[in-house]
Design a protein around this ligand. Structure first.
Ligand SMILES: [Zn+2]
Ligand SMILES: [Zn+2]
Length: 295
């Protein structure tokens, strides 16, 4: 399994000299399975560049959306495979409290907000939602287990398991919100326990509080604690605040390393950056997953 980051930013895209190192595109992660199939986690502005790569393939593109907020859907009209005749694109959504979370993905392509209407696209399955009614489903050799996010408007986390190699994608999630919890801290520890890679919303520092308490995102310190308690293999801090500069993220990376030395913590912890990839492999059947972080 190869995990590659195409968009790591939360809330809004922030191109410019202060974000050039970690990247300014909004949420999009590509999962290339060992069997050759592709999963895409969220369709923020990062999906545009990924689309150029996937346009060279003919296999279905499988898009899993965490929720319908703007920073997770706005790259979709610029995703090249949707303009390829007969290309299969499967969009997986979740239903919470009787309503579709993700209709905004297609509603933005209405001929007014965007010039091309979704019903005029030449690709297949584009307008068909494929729901995830159960907690667990299997497709193309990967198991996906979802969990409910603590986030205004709702949303889902995904835990992927391909032949024992595991990656959890948990954004946008507020570990300790002032509103009613969808998932408690202990439930998160259980859900994430022992995963090889935990990608988690880490948008805020203590200086953002208490003003942003309740906005649906977590403190970096809380995410480190959760990764430690869940004994994950590697923590990837994700969904960086749009005002977080490269130099601040470098500082956070140094804090991560100090934290690791002083706690029984995950083997590695990194701030997600565009172009970074994580290669998971199983050298021996039943052995430990090898985690190789590049870039
Ligand atoms: Zn977001
Ligand atoms: Zn959100």
């Amino acid at each position: 399994m190869i995990i590659t980051f195409y968009g790591v930013r939360g809330s809004t895209a922030v191109p410019g000299p202060l974000t050039a190192k970690y990247g300014g595109n909004t949420s999009c992660v590509h999962i290339e399975l060992d069997n050759g199939h592709d999963l895409i986690l969220d369709a923020g502005t990062g999906i545009r560049l990924l689309g150029h790569r996937l346009a060279k393939k003919s296999t279905p593109a499988n898009l899993l959306l965490s929720h319908g907020h703007w920073d997770h859907i706005q790259g979709y009209p610029f995703f090249e495979p949707i303009y390829q005749p007969d290309r299969d694109i499967n969009v997986y959504i979740s239903v919470q409290e009787g309503r579709k979370l993700l209709c905004s993905l297609f509603e933005q392509m209405d001929g007014v907000t965007f010039p091309v209407r979704v019903e005029d696209l030449p690709s297949n399955n584009i307008s068909k939602f494929k729901g995830m009614e159960s907690e667990l489903y299997e497709r193309d050799g990967v198991k996906v287990i979802k969990n409910n996010l603590n986030h205004p408007g709702g949303g889902v986390a995904f835990k992927l398991d391909e032949s024992g190699m595991t990656c959890a994608y948990v954004t946008d999630n507020e570990i300790d919100p002032p509103y009613a919890l969808s998932t408690t801290y202990d439930e998160w520890v259980d859900y994430l326990h022992g995963v090889d890679v935990m990608i988690h919303d880490a948008q805020y520092r203590e200086t953002d509080m208490p003003h942003k308490h309740g906005w649906g995102h977590s403190l970096i310190s809380q995410v480190r604690q959760l990764a430690t308690d869940a004994e994950v293999g590697a923590l990837v801090m994700f969904h960086h605040d749009p005002d977080r500069t490269d130099s601040e993220l470098d500082e956070i990376q140094i804090e991560n390393e100090k934290y690791l030395k002083s706690h029984h913590a995950p083997a590695r912890s990194v701030c997600a950056a565009e172009g970074m990839s994580i290669h998971l492999s199983k050298p021996v059947i039943g052995g430990e997953t090898r985690i190789d972080i590049r870039g």
